[in-house]
Design a protein around this ligand. Structure first.
Ligand code: DX5
Ligand code: ZN
Length: 215
């Protein structure tokens, strides 16, 4: 049974409260919050004030996915806003090890996200310091994209790397997760499924979460 993290990027921004309560009352485990800056990715979403506001109603951990350049400038602000897991992209972190240490020193779990073109082998030397690897199965920036099939191979390699080291790192898959491919993604090694479109475009989002949880 995987950890299910609905991506609020696909929620109704005109009525966030209603969607937060839906997640609170569902089988979901975390809230996945996508922060984009229009520089690292070609889209802009929301930042600390919205996350802090959501925190007042949310009853489950905040899994905050930073798709921004120079993420280290904002670690403290995201901790204050309510992030429980803070994920930075490998591609914007020349000092990844330092970033992981700072995130943890602020009381959060530390995640690293990798783009589809970034090989998992680049994480070898810091794997034991990472709480969660977010394997991007689409190019980051938008919800509702198609799952990139090559991700399957990356998941298997990453799973082997984690097992070989006896690490407790969680594998999260982000992008294009559907009711059709979720079972295979879990079988290939995913511990956490992010789902935006699959949850929020469903006629009954809580049912979609329940179905994902049952795989
Ligand atoms: C994409 C984001 C994802 C996105 C997933 O850049 O990181 O979290 O919301 O959306 P779906 O599940 O619709 O592909
Ligand atoms: Zn995400």
């Amino acid at each position: 049974m995987a950890i299910i993290a609905p991506s609020m990027l696909s929620s109704n921004f005109l009525n966030l409260e209603q969607d937060i309560q839906m997640v609170n009352n569902s089988d979901a485990d975390w809230f996945h919050l996508d922060v984009m800056d229009g520089r690292f990715v070609p889209n802009i979403t929301f930042g600390m004030p919205i996350i802090a506001a959501m925190k007042k109603s949310a009853k489950k951990p905040f899994d905050v996915h930073l798709m921004i350049v120079e993420p280290e400038k904002y670690f403290e602000a995201f901790a204050k806003a309510g992030a429980d897991i803070l994920t930075v992209h490998y591609e914007v972190s020349p000092h990844l090890h330092r970033n992981l240490q700072v995130i943890k020193s602020l009381g959060m779990k530390a995640g690293v996200a990798i783009n589809p073109a970034t090989p998992v082998s680049l994480l070898e030397d810091v794997l034991c310091d990472i709480d969660l690897v977010c394997v991007m199965s689409v190019n980051p920036g938008f919800g509702g994209q198609k799952f990139i099939d090559q991700t399957t191979h990356k998941l298997m390699v990453l799973k082997r790397m984690i097992n070989d080291r006896g690490a407790s790192t969680l594998i999260e898959v982000d992008g294009g997760v559907t009711l059709e491919n979720a079972a295979t993604i879990i079988k290939d090694g995913a511990d956490v499924l992010v789902a935006g479109n699959t949850v929020f475009s469903a006629a009954n989002p809580a049912d979609a979460i329940k179905s994902l949880k049952e795989f």
